[in-house]
Design a protein around this ligand. Structure first.
Ligand SMILES: Nc1ncnc2c1ncn2[C@@H]1O[C@H](COP(=O)(O)OP(=O)(O)OP(=O)(O)O)[C@@H](O)[C@H]1O
Ligand SMILES: [Mg+2]
Length: 198
């Protein structure tokens, strides 16, 4: 099997640079467009508990969408690095008053509080950030394998919450080289549209 790692690393750097070069005005406009996409998305409208993320590294910013979800009485959860199981995520309830901290990547996350942890199976939808995607839903992340692990059970057995990728339109590429552990996404929302792959 050919080693795809150099190709994946080059693609990561290229697309991370591309999204980081978006202006603040472009980022804000994209974040507002995401609210509109959420408002018309049946899966979002039907969900009660939704995992999202806080933007980092030029990612599409879900914060305005989170405020809209709160206004719709939906419960929002954020990923937290698992304290004991490296490479895994916990999902914690996120409200306007959640105490926050920074993880080892410098990303804001809710302070660990077991009462705020939700089992993955109780989430309706997991919105994943990503670095690059292609026209078949293949996903390249930041390289930690966190979402691949989180979604492995859904991918292999159809159990647990469905993933929904969120990305800027400029993160689409011709082809994302895939590895056996990568979980392709059935849907991706970009500011301009919703992509359906499965
Ligand atoms: N289900 C899994 N079980 C064990 N290891 C895994 C699993 N999924 C991914 N990994 C490991 O995680 C590492 C990083 O994977 P990869 O490069 O695909 O990350 P990514 O998809 O870019 O990151 P992320 O999922 O955090 O966005 C790889 O070394 C891979 O072996
Ligand atoms: Mg992967």
């Amino acid at each position: 099997m050919p080693d795809t790692q150099p190709e994946r690393q080059t693609l990561r750097q290229l697309i991370r640079q591309r999204r980081k070069s978006l202006t603040q005005a472009e980022q804000q406009a994209a974040a507002q467009q995401l609210v509109s996409r959420f408002q018309e998305h049946p899966g979002i409208l039907a969900a009660r508990r939704i995992a999202l993320y806080l933007a980092n590294d030029g990612e599409l910013d879900p914060l305005p969408a989170i405020h809209w979800l709160w206004a719709q009485q939906k419960e929002v959860f954020l990923p937290v690095l698992h304290p004991f199981t490296p490479g895994h995520l916990l999902f914690l309830r996120y409200t306007a008053t959640s105490p926050m901290t920074r993880n080892r990547y410098g990303i804001a996350e809710p302070e660990l509080d077991v009462q705020q942890v939700v089992p993955h199976s109780m989430l309706d939808l997991i919105c994943t950030p990503l670095v690059a995607f292609d026209a078949t839903g293949n996903r390249l992340g930041m390289g930690g394998g966190y979402y691949d692990r989180t979604l492995a059970c859904w991918h292999e057995h159809g159990l647990g919450p469905r993933p929904l990728g969120l990305a800027h339109d400029c993160q689409q590429v011709d082809a994302v080289p895939q590895e056996q552990w990568d979980v392709p996404l059935p849907q991706i929302i970009t500011p301009s549209r919703c992509w359906h792959f499965a």
